[in-house]
Design a protein around this ligand. Structure first.
Ligand code: SF4
Length: 170
């Protein structure tokens, strides 16, 4: 008599643990948080990001707030490695501190992809303002983006959300 239990291996494989989908760091102002210098948000965020947020895969951060700056605050722009406000204050240390907080979050959550707000002296990935406070954009990136990229994290703007999500889902 054969007393071996009838084990169906294919069922076990199908019901086994699912691979964990990776998280994405996102600028808080892109998801409706009123954290900008003017106490506004940049966007309420794409539907796709809200869907990922429902899955617990979105980590929100405003690096400037994390770095200790208040809201509202004077607008600031990047010139070389310095961040100057329109009212003449030097915000560089706060911006660097915020960038370090962003990197720490990424390391803690094993994040390899970030979607950050374009044109910001912290979060910009392809363009920033030129430091003249005249609304002139130049090719460049923000302090946070530079630090994340230097540590192997891919940074995209709100204009490349689909591509960023595709990479995060791989
Ligand atoms: S620092 Fe980044 S998240 Fe914060 S308001 Fe500026 S662009 Fe948005």
């Amino acid at each position: 008599m054969n007393n071996k239990p009838d084990i169906n291996l294919s069922n076990i494989r199908e019901s086994g643990p699912q691979p964990m989908l990776s998280k994405i760091l996102v600028s808080a102002c892109l998801m409706g948080k009123p954290v900008r210098y003017d106490e506004c948000y940049a966007s309420k965020g794409a539907e796709k990001l809200h869907h990922l947020q429902g899955q617990g895969r979105i980590v929100l951060l405003c690096p400037e707030i994390a770095g200790g700056l208040p809201t509202p605050r004077a607008p600031a722009e990047r010139v070389s490695d310095q961040i100057k406000s329109q009212t003449g204050e030097n915000f560089t240390n706060a911006f660097i501190h915020g960038a370090e907080q962003a990197l720490t979050l990424c390391l803690n959550h094993n994040i390899k992809i970030a979607i950050l707000k374009e044109n910001s002296p912290s979060c910009g990935s392809d363009f920033i303002y030129d430091g003249s406070f005249t609304g002139t954009k130049i090719r460049g990136s923000g302090i946070v983006t530079d630090l994340l990229r230097a540590n192997g994290i891919s940074v995209f703007s709100e204009h490349n959300i689909d591509h960023a999500i595709d990479l995060a889902n791989q």
